[in-house]
Design a protein around this ligand. Structure first.
Ligand code: FCB
Length: 435
């Protein structure tokens, strides 16, 4: 089946500041310095891909590959290095990133918080502190004033649930504080921050007569029973699905801190605070009951034999993306922008087919009636993959860590071909001239 993607369908890549920019002073750089054992390959983010200096060349390279959109994040610790003190040069920098995207005919998609916090905010309790919503709203408003004339697509917070899990439930990321109470507080705190950020972005946009569409980037990782006929396998998937895959979205649509995080208290500005649904999707999990997995709410992830895996050990199943889109469309009826989807692949052996198959799945979901506005591949270039360090390669471009030289991988040409033709579902011949 061949799918022709709509003419205004956004196609491009997603990135995040800490993973590509380098030289930052935030809660992650501090953890990398003080707890080097937390990064599995022993690396530090360092200058990463030096993208803060090289963004013009990088963006041109992506535009030359026919990308029509580009997602990046603004590093809060650069823009507001001290509480209430904003750095005009950094604001000009991000304004130029946006202008460069526009001049290259790539729609900017801007994230305000992608896992990292300025240390001054981390030290006062981070996302759990009572004034984090106010401070986030102030930062959002400053960013909106600086770049809002040229930005329509905004993401307040990237994957709030993932940050709550890894930072607070597992305690493997900053603030390295594992506790169930902290996990629930972090979810509540980020729901409040999102509401405050959403309100601030719209207030500034409205005052200037600008258009703004605001969402979170929601990580959807559906849990399915390993054996669908087993009542216990089915039962054990229910609670983690409700908490990890639906709690935050339902909070944003109902405006309430629903159980088990809260007692359904109303959060001002939270109700209806998704103008679209930003979707980060990597894989599903198949689960069965295990008494040894209390942290995972007793749902043990089991990889069925024969299922292809990425270098991260995540299952590769394009139809899972179609199911996720159709379920989210069914549940929320919000336009969906795929804000991340990609594959860890050491030697670029999986990525080209992965892209073709996953975009075909998107095409199938659209054909079935889902309103999908775009697909942003994770990611432009091999980068600092959080606790995995530089060991996981998600990029369309390889990056020489010594010289910073970028080399397009064969899969980049396959994606370029789709971006140019907007046709998916047939084997793609690489466009040589594109890269
Ligand atoms: C997502 C993150 C992104 C990247 C990919 C592989 O959860 O948002 O920064 O690390 O996973």
């Amino acid at each position: 089946m061949i799918h022709q993607l709509p003419g205004d369908f956004l196609l491009g890549c997603a990135t995040a500041a800490h993973q590509v920019e380098g030289n930052l002073d935030n809660d992650w750089t501090r953890m990398e310095r003080e707890h080097p054992e937390r990064i599995k390959d022993g690396s530090v983010s360092g200058i990463a891909c030096d993208h803060h200096a090289r963004y013009r060349d990088d963006l041109r390279e992506l535009a030359d590959m026919h990308h029509s959109a580009h997602r990046f994040s603004i590093e809060w610790s650069r823009v507001e290095p001290r509480d209430g003190v904003f750095d005009a040069d950094e604001l000009r920098h991000y304004a130029d990133v946006v202008r460069t995207c526009r001049s290259l005919r790539m729609e900017p998609v801007v994230t305000l918080h992608h896992f990292t916090l300025p240390v001054w905010l981390a030290d006062r309790g981070g996302v759990c502190s009572s004034d984090a919503p106010h401070r986030f709203a102030r930062f959002a408003a400053v960013c909106a004033e600086a770049i809002g004339a040229d930005v329509r697509w905004w993401i307040t917070i990237n994957e709030p649930t993932v940050l709550a899990v890894f930072g607070y439930l597992y305690g493997e990321w900053p603030p390295l504080e594992p506790s169930m109470g902290g996990f629930l507080d972090a979810l509540a705190g980020m729901a409040r921050m999102h509401a405050a950020g959403y309100t601030a972005l719209h207030r500034v946009a409205h005052a200037h007569g600008w258009d703004a569409a605001v969402s979170i980037a929601h990580h959807e990782r559906p849990l399915r029973p390993l054996n669908p006929r087993s009542p216990i396998h089915r039962a054990v998937a229910v609670l983690p699905n409700a908490i990890f895959n639906r709690w935050f979205l339902r909070a944003c649509t109902t405006g309430r801190l629903l159980p088990p995080v809260g007692h359904s208290q109303v959060v001002p500005g939270l109700r209806g605070s998704l103008d679209y649904l930003g979707l980060n999707f990597y894989c599903e999990e198949r689960v069965r009951f295990s008494p040894r997995r209390p942290r995972e709410l007793f749902a043990e992830n089991v990889v069925p034999s024969g299922v292809p895996l990425s270098a991260f050990g995540w299952t590769i199943d394009p139809d899972a993306l179609r199911r996720a889109i159709e379920n989210l469309w069914e549940d929320f009826r919000l336009p969906i922008l795929i804000t991340e989807n990609g594959v860890a692949d050491d030697h670029d052996e999986l990525r080209a087919q992965f892209i073709v198959d996953h975009l075909s799945a998107v095409g199938a979901a659209i054909a079935a009636g889902a309103d999908v506005r775009g697909y942003l591949h994770w990611t432009a270039m091999d980068n600092f993959e959080w606790a995995e360090g530089y060991s996981k390669r998600f990029g369309l471009l390889a990056v020489d860590r010594g010289t910073q030289e970028r080399t397009p991988k064969p899969s980049a040409a396959v994606f370029a071909q789709i971006c140019a033709s907007r046709r998916v579902g047939v084997p793609q011949a690489p466009v040589e001239a594109a890269v």
